[in-house]
Design a protein around this ligand. Structure first.
Ligand code: ADP
Ligand code: MG
Length: 259
């Protein structure tokens, strides 16, 4: 069966306030969906709720991964089932190297009763890591550096893509993976997304700006305003947004411009 993520009528509250106000969206393997919206429209709230962040309360609706309701599962279980979230603000973990972090992530997916030596994923880990780093043009020295500790914005985002390359999710949510990147870093990161997300992977690209979509071509574009998808369409919708701004989608000009 090919993979899918079905979001049905999802409403999410955070800090006692309803932010996501009824989102319905289906992402299938091989599809790239862009979710665009101004700051504060609820993009990260949606991605955190999809991944199972405990601070985000699902008020109603369903999240189905490959037909199975995952809305009550803890984040690690969702991850084992093939869901992946690249964070808007990746955290630093001083003391834990990139290689050890990724090894733990792979190990977490090996059934508890299987020894490392009997797991192909664990035995081949070094090789897989090296190959993925090569493919994403990440300096091998990063393997031994502490995770995100002193990394530039572009380096952090590249490590998120590396993590995705190693975990090979069936559905990947990328929350503003373009934010804070200069044009060269944007190209490198986009290239990484295109390499890693093949026909087996469905992608939800969350972005504030159209520019990422010049490099990672979406099949569908959705516009999120105040926690609701107000328009869905093809790639031309992103260009329309670029030309007219969020105002043309019913957002008050003061909100469209800033914060
Ligand atoms: P976006 O990612 O589209 O910029 P967010 O989902 O981050 O928007 O934020 C939407 C609203 O939810 C904002 O008003 C924000 O302050 C609020 N919010 C999001 N996460 C939290 C949180 N952990 N605690 C309190 N408020 C939050
Ligand atoms: Mg956000």
């Amino acid at each position: 069966m090919s993979s899918s993520l079905e979001i049905r009528n999802l409403r999410v509250a955070v800090a006692g306030k309803e932010i996501v106000q009824g989102i319905t969206l289906t992402i299938r393997a091989g599809e790239k969906h862009a979710l665009m919206g101004p700051n504060g429209s609820g993009k990260s709230t949606l991605s955190n709720a999809l991944m199972g962040h405990p601070a985000y309360t699902i008020l109603s609706g369903e999240i189905l991964l490959n037909g199975e309701d995952i809305a009550k599962m803890p984040a690690d279980e969702r991850s084992r089932k093939g869901l992946f979230l690249a964070f808007q603000y990746p955290v630093a973990i001083p003391g834990v190297s990139v290689a050890n972090f990724l090894r733990s992530a792979v190990k977490a997916r090996v059934p508890k009763n299987v020894k490392d030596g009997d797991s192909e994923a664990m035995r081949g880990f070094r090789k897989t890591l090296k190959a993925a780093m090569d493919e994403l043009s990440i300096d091998p020295a990063f393997a031994t550096r502490y995770l995100n500790d002193g990394f530039s914005g572009g380096e952090k985002k590249r490590i998120e893509i590396l993590q995705m390359a190693i975990l090979k999710p069936s559905i990947a949510i990328l929350d503003e993976t373009d934010s804070g990147l200069d044009i060269d870093a944007l190209r490198v990161v986009s290239d990484g997304i295109n390499r890693v997300c093949g026909p087996e992977t469905g992608v939800l690209l969350i972005t504030h700006y159209q520019r990422l979509l010049n490099y990672v071509k979406p099949d569908f574009v959705h516009v999120l305003i105040h926690g609701r998808i107000v328009r869905s369409g093809g790639p031309e919708l992103a260009l329309e947004l670029e030309a007219g701004g969020y105002e043309s989608f019913g957002l008050a000009p003061d909100r469209a411009a800033g914060g």
